[in-house]
Unconditional design. Structure first.
Length: 412
C-alpha cells in the first residue's frame, strides 16, 4: 500500500535514469476508470510541466517514480476539467461517507499497486479520514517515510473504501465532465442526507440538490432547516424548483413556499401544474398556527359502506405513499366525515366486513381554524396517529399526522 502523501514531491526518472522532475499532482480520469491514477504532473524548475500517463510508469515507491520512456516522450501539461486532481480535489476536502452517513475530511489517499503489461498502475483503494493520514501530512518531507510508517501503526485507523465515497462537486458542468453521480446519496434516508448537508457550504448544498432526482430532493428539503431550505430554493431556477416542490406533500410544499419572498413563491407556483398549485395556494391561505396550516390534503378516504376487500382492491390501483399510510378516513352517504380505520385493523378484518364496522372511537375531528394548541392536546389525550380536518359541511378536507405534530413541536 502506498499513500498519496508519499508520492507528492516524489522524484521522477526516465528510462535512461535521467532526472525528470518532481511529482506535483496526479489525476484520475473518472470517465475512463473511476479509481485509476491516469496521469502524473511532473515539474522541474523553470521548465514547462510535463505529464506522464499511467502506462508510462514502470515502478513506484515512496519518494520515487520510475518511467519506462524518455523525457521527450512525455506530453506538455494542459489543464483538463475532466480530470480529478488528488491533491486539489481530494486532500483536505469534505466528502460524504455514504456507508457511515456522515461528512468527513480527507487526510490522505491509500493507493494499491496493480502490475499490468510490465507497468505499474495505481488504484485508489480507500481514503484516510483518521489520525494516521493527518500525521503523514504533518511529517511529509520532515521525517523519512519508513519512520512515519512505523509511527502510524500505533495510531487508530479510520478509512473509507473508495466505493463508499461520494465527492461533492458544486459546478454542474464539471460534475458532468467528471461523470460524478449522486445515486448513492439517493439511497440514503432524507433525514440523514439533510443532516449531512447542513455541514456543507452553500455552494455544495446547492450542487447536491440540483443533482438529485426531484422526489429525493423534495424529501430532503422537507427535512432541512427552514433557513437553509429558503436559501436553496431561491437560488434554483423556478422551473427546477417547481419540479421538486411538486413531488412534496402539499402541506410541506406550502410550508416551504410560505418562507419564500412573495415574488419567489409566485414564480414557483406559476411553473407548477394547476391542480398542485391550487392545492398549495389553498393551504397558504390558512394561518400556519391552525389545523388548516398543519394539514395535508393528500389522504385516503373511502365509503363506510365499502367492504375490506373492495377497499384493498381499490388501493392496489392507486399510487399511495405506503410508508405514511397509517389510517383511512371514512365518509357517509352525504360525503360527511364518519370516522377512521387504522390500516392494521382493516388488514386483520374479514374480506366482507364493512369499513364502518371497524371505525375507532371516539369520533374525533377538528375544523381548519382549530388552534395548533387544540390539535396538540387531542393528540396527547387520545394518543392519536392521525386527526381528520373537516370543513363547515363536516366533509373531510385534510389530515394532521403525528409527524406533522412532532415537526411543529420541534420547530417551535
Amino acid at each position: 500500500m502506498l499513500y498519496a502523501t508519499e508520492l507528492m514531491g516524489a522524484q521522477a526518472y526516465d528510462v535512461q535514469g535521467n532526472y525528470v522532475g518532481r511529482v506535483r499532482e496526479f489525476f484520475i480520469e473518472p470517465a475512463e476508470q473511476p479509481n485509476r491514477i491516469s496521469h502524473f504532473l511532473i515539474s522541474r524548475g523553470r521548465f514547462a510541466p510535463l505529464v506522464a500517463r499511467h502506462d508510462q510508469v514502470s515502478a513506484v515507491e515512496p519518494g520515487r517514480i520510475q518511467l519506462n520512456v524518455s523525457e521527450r516522450a512525455l506530453a506538455a501539461y494542459e489543464p483538463n476539467e475532466g480530470w480529478l486532481a488528488v491533491r486539489k480535489d481530494l486532500l483536505d476536502q469534505q466528502i460524504i461517507d455514504t456507508a457511515g452517513r456522515k461528512v468527513v475530511r480527507v487526510n490522505d489517499v491509500d493507493l494499491a499497486e496493480l502490475r499490468t503489461n510490465g507497468n505499474v498502475e495505481l488504484r485508489i483503494a480507500q481514503v484516510d479520514v483518521g489520525l494516521p493520514g493527518a500525521v503523514r501530512r504533518l511529517l511529509q518531507g520532515v521525517a523519512p517515510a519508513a519512520m512515519v510508517r512505523r509511527l502510524q501503526k500505533k495510531l487508530p485507523q479510520r478509512s473509507i473504501r473508495w466505493e463508499f465515497v461520494n465527492l461533492i462537486e458544486p459546478d454542474p458542468l464539471r460534475r458532468v465532465k467528471l461523470r460524478i453521480t449522486h445515486e448513492k446519496l439517493e439511497d440514503l434516508h432524507p433525514a440523514d442526507l439533510a443532516e449531512m448537508m447542513e455541514e456543507l457550504s452553500a455552494a455544495e448544498r446547492q450542487g447536491i440538490i440540483a443533482s438529485l432526482d426531484e422526489e429525493t430532493a423534495g424529501a430532503v428539503l422537507a427535512e432541512l432547516d427552514e433557513r437553509l431550505t429558503t436559501q436553496i430554493v431561491e437560488k434554483l431556477d423556478p422551473e427546477k424548483a417547481a419540479d421538486i416542490i411538486e413531488e412534496m406533500a402539499p402541506d410541506a410544499a406550502a410550508d416551504l413556499l410560505a418562507d419564500l419572498s412573495k415574488e419567489a413563491s409566485e414564480g414557483v407556483l406559476e411553473e407548477m401544474p394547476n391542480r398542485e398549485a391550487n392545492e398549495v395556494r389553498e393551504l397558504l391561505a390558512f394561518d400556519p398556527s391552525t389545523a388548516g396550516g398543519m394539514m395535508n390534503t393528500e389522504f385516503v378516504f373511502v365509503s363506510e359502506e365499502s367492504t375490506r376487500e373492495e377497499v384493498l382492491e381499490w388501493m392496489r390501483t392507486q399510487e399511495l405513499n405506503l410508508e405514511q399510510l397509517d389510517t383511512i378516513v371514512l365518509i357517509d352517504k352525504a360525503a360527511q366525515f364518519s370516522g377512521t380505520v387504522p390500516v392494521a385493523r382493516m388488514l386483520l378484518a374479514a374480506a366482507e366486513q364493512r369499513m364502518g364496522e371497524m371505525k375507532t372511537e371516539p369520533l374525533l375531528s377538528v375544523t381548519a381554524d382549530a388552534s395548533e394548541k387544540d390539535v396538540f392536546e387531542l393528540f396527547d389525550k387520545y394518543n392519536l396517529r392521525m386527526l381528520s380536518v373537516v370543513n363547515e359541511e363536516k366533509r373531510p378536507i385534510g389530515t394532521v399526522t403525528v409527524d406533522d405534530v412532532v415537526s411543529r413541536l420541534v420547530k417551535g
